[in-house]
Design a binder for this molecule. Structure first.
Ligand SMILES: Nc1nc2c(c(=O)[nH]1)N[C@H]1C(S)=C(S)[C@@H](COP(=O)(O)OP(=O)(O)OC[C@H]3O[C@@H](n4cnc5c(=O)[nH]c(N)nc54)[C@H](O)[C@@H]3O)O[C@H]1N2
Ligand SMILES: Nc1nc2c(c(=O)[nH]1)N[C@H]1C(S)=C(S)[C@@H](COP(=O)(O)OP(=O)(O)OC[C@H]3O[C@@H](n4cnc5c(=O)[nH]c(N)nc54)[C@H](O)[C@@H]3O)O[C@H]1N2
Ligand code: SF4
Ligand SMILES: [Mo]
Length: 730
């Protein structure tokens, strides 16, 4: 046996842990964490362990295939990659010539390492922005307001766990959602005494360990954050120096939040008034305090305004870019800069030709301001119906995205996909939507591809990572980078001069990063080093705003129009928001709309679970045995009232549809709230003899409507909707 050890990166979640893959020929014999990865420190989770099962799985897509029978008939014929590229390219030309560039979409789910090149790819065929993606529900309601208020993005990447004395997990559960990136340093920090506050409607594993757990009513974080601001001001706990010198609009804001007493907040949020005060004291008295936040506060019809209130709260604490606080990192800007994405060129041409991105009229902030087409408008345009659109959508290629599982109102999404002229899916496995595609393309798994990471989420020291492939993909699987390069070359060769993803990665590093240690670095040296640190760790400068290092023009202050933290926010105002952070009650709780009087349980969907990543992995035995069946968390009182016992199969329903699940009776949720995890248990697991539930039967998005949604941005109520539950009659 000749064992080889390859250092690579696990791409089964955003944590992107460092991994050492042991192989014997094409066989993966062992997978272990790389102790030298500066964030994951040798940790990995249950998902990485199944790399061998995924690599060897008999159902992997292996070759490009085209449909030969009717849609959904399962009749496919193998084709070459060249034929696949030519077909896609020719279809694009044909459709774009008739309807304009936006009529051909490339969808992406979670970022899989090529966001920057994805933007360049869209620009290469004339589209400025995202044609179809999940940004309307994913992290933007959290990070976007940070950018508008502080001038920099943050979700959990600014979380300075190495130096914080207190940490707030606000609408995030990193033990399940970002294990490798957050937990190793989190445990180190806890060992040295860091306090923990968890703000979550569910009693999560981390809430169980927290010093304070605020069990909030879903969708009411805006009220909580404003109340916390008011406490800071009333008790004179806020950072005077920071507020006076670096914030804009404080006087008006202080007046604006006066109404938010802890007692009023308790009525709105269910969080006991004294606990809110206690939490604020802990944040200020045990500082520096840091924060990790993700989609818990944002996936509501008031998501953006909630994010705005949270950003205001952290500004008043003064912990921004302070050691142990919420650092300002550079990789988001590097990912989005025009030299990389070529978006400005595309934007100019697109508007000169009279196009507007789909949804610009109904969601001006998302589609108009941020250049992300509103999915609802895109799906409507696939059917050629409603939406005030200026072009139909006729072609779609999905890359790491399963639309019927990911977007709200699955039935509507499926019907829309069936209206397409051309639909192609690139994935590791066949998926529910893929069964109805016209073309399938096989993807190389992360153990089977050279990988590159320089975007999203690595906290300090924010490494730039180059990873090696450990084994060959089965058949002719290709990475998404190789795919975009091959098509990019056909579409706009001058923007795609590279021969392979290594060259693309090297270009990224040389063009966009400073690395004086070795300015002539080669890809071999990058691979040898594995993790390059360009601005974090020992090189980190805190409080850059005081040193003229935060703004590109070298002036003091933040990257906002006023140079200050903008509590009064003309940027958000220009998209129709109140210029001061304001709480809007979700439509779910409007008695006139009557949602809860018809379906009385508040429904949270999509909470991350340990073994799964979105809709993937129900076919993988090592994952499926951890959570074999779909489940819904329901409180004993709510279960008894409905004659439901733990483990019973139930229907969960509302006027959008119904799904099957097993009751998990638990006090982890409030009696008025139920929670379904993200997965849809879509595929069967043959090895364990467990069934798959297909597109609709256990998919929470079957019962999430497209409306109500956030008025200008479009987030749907995936974490605050309504349902009723009843025991299934055998
Ligand atoms: N109800 C509800 N819906 C949600 C959410 C929720 O909380 N609740 N969360 C939303 C959020 S935040 C997001 S980001 C979306 C995510 O949604 P998506 O990212 O669309 O997730 P999936 O639907 O699982 O699609 C991912 C597919 O990509 C494949 N895949 C994995 N890695 C790769 C790769 O490297 N290359 C290729 N080509 N394929 C790959 C997997 O096999 C899987 O079939 O879901 C959203 N939908
Ligand atoms: N294992 C696994 N990891 C993943 C993913 C996955 O599918 N599986 N998906 C990845 C992606 S794309 C994303 S965007 C991230 C998301 O990462 P997280 O934000 O951590 O995801 P969730 O578990 O959906 O939501 C976090 C917490 O928010 C709580 N919550 C629900 N409603 C509210 C509310 O109104 N207020 C507050 N304060 N909290 C609320 C939920 O109970 C949950 O515990 O996870 C990433 N990591
Ligand atoms: S936490 Fe788990 S799934 Fe995520 S990157 Fe690390 S090993 Fe992979
Ligand atoms: Mo996401």
């Amino acid at each position: 046996m000749t064992e080889k050890v390859t250092r690579t990166i696990c791409f089964d979640c955003h944590a992107k842990c460092g991994i050492l893959v042991h192989t014997d020929g094409d066989k993966i014999t062992k997978v272990e964490g790389d102790p030298n990865h500066p964030n994951s420190l040798g940790m990995l989770c249950c998902k990485a362990f199944s790399a061998a099962q995924i690599h060897e799985h008999p159902d992997r897509l292996k070759y490009p295939m085209k449909r030969v029978g009717p849609r959904g008939s399962g009749q496919w014929e193998r084709i070459t990659w060249d034929e696949a590229y030519d077909t896609i390219y020719n279809k694009m030309q044909e459709i774009i010539a008739k309807h304009g560039p936006g009529s051909f979409c490339f969808s992406q789910g979670t970022g899989r390492g090529w966001n920057h090149f994805h933007f360049r790819f869209s620009a290469s065929y004339g589209v400025p922005g995202t044609t179809l993606g999940v940004s309307h529900v994913c992290l933007f309601p959290v990070i976007g307001p940070c950018m508008f208020v502080w001038g920099y993005y943050n979700a959990l990447d600014g979380c300075d766990l190495d130096h914080a004395n207190c940490c707030v997990h606000w609408g995030i559960n990193p033990a399940t959602s970002f294990p490798g990136i957050h937990m190793p340093k989190f445990f180190q920090a806890r060992k040295r005494g860091m306090k923990l506050i968890v703000i979550d409607p569910r009693f999560t594993d981390l809430a169980a360990k927290a010093d304070i757990w605020l069990q909030i009513k879903p969708g009411t974080d805006g009220a909580l954050a404003l109340t916390m601001c008011n406490i800071l001001i009333q008790e004179d706990l806020y950072d005077h120096e920071f507020v006076e010198n670096w914030c804009y609009g404080f006087e008006e804001f202080a007046e604006h939040v006066k109404e938010w007493t802890p007692e009023r907040c308790e009525e709105e949020t269910w969080v006991p008034a004294d606990k809110i005060v206690e939490a604020v004291h802990m944040i200020m008295e045990n500082g520096p305090t840091t924060e990790a936040a993700m989609i818990g506060t944002g996936m509501h019809d008031n998501g953006i305004t909630n994010g705005f209130t949270l950003a205001a709260f952290w500004a008043l604490t003064g912990y921004l870019d302070r050691k142990g606080g919420i650092t300002s990192n550079e990789f988001w800007d590097r990912m989005l800069q025009n030299e990389m994405t070529k978006q400005d060129e595309a934007r100019k041409e697109f508007s000169e030709n009279g196009y507007r991105l789909l949804g610009s009229d109904i969601k001006p902030f998302l589609a108009g301001g941020l250049s992300i087409q509103y999915p609802r408008a895109v799906f409507a345009a696939m059917k050629g119906t409603e939406g005030g659109d200026n072009y139909p959508v006729r072609g779609l290629v999905t890359v790491a995205n399963d639309p019927v599982m990911a977007f709200e109102d699955s039935q509507e999404v499926f019907d829309s996909l069936m209206g397409l002229e051309f639909f192609c899916m690139k994935d590791y496995f066949m998926t529910p939507s893929g069964r109805y595609a016209d073309m399938l393309l096989p993807s190389a798994h992360w153990v089977e591809r050279d990988d590159q990471v320089d975007e999203e989420f690595y906290m300090d020291p924010c490494p730039f990572v180059t990873a090696d492939k450990a084994v060959d993909p089965p058949g002719e699987g290709k990475s998404d980078w190789e795919f975009s390069l091959a098509l990019g070359k056909r579409l706009k060769p001058e923007w795609w001069p590279w021969e392979n993803s290594d060259e693309m990665h090297l270009y990224r590093f040389k063009e966009f990063y400073d690395y004086p240690e070795n300015p002539d670095i080669t890809i071999e040296e990058m691979r040898e080093a594995g993790y390059l640190i360009t601005a974090g760790g020992d090189k980190r400068v805190y409080e850059k705003y005081r040193k003229g290092l935060e703004r590109p023009d070298g002036k003091l202050g933040f990257r906002t129009p006023s140079g200050r933290i903008e509590l009064w926010n003309s940027g958000l105002q220009s998209y129709g928001y109140d210029p001061l952070p304001t709480y809007y009650r979700s439509q779910l709780y409007d008695p006139d709309r009557g949602f809860l009087s018809r379906y009385p349980l508040i429904l949270i969907t999509g909470c991350r679970d340990y073994p799964y990543y979105h809709s993937a992995w129900s076919n993988i035995p090592m994952q499926r045995e951890i959570e074999p069946d779909p489940y819904v968390e329901i409180h004993p009182e709510a279960a008894i009232a409905r004659g439901i016992s733990d483990g019973d199969w139930v229907w969960i329903f509302n006027n959008t549809g119904r799904i099957k699940s097993r009751a998990r009776v638990t006090k982890a949720v409030d009696p008025r709230v139920v929670s379904i995890p993200r997965l849809g248990w879509k595929e069967a697991c043959k090895e364990l003899g467990l069934q798959g539930f297909g597109m609709f039967d256990a998919n929470p998005n079957t019962i999430i409507p497209q409306e109500p949604s956030e008025p200008k941005y479009g987030t749907s109520s995936m974490k605050s909707w309504c349902c009723e539950i009843e025991r299934m009659v055998d």
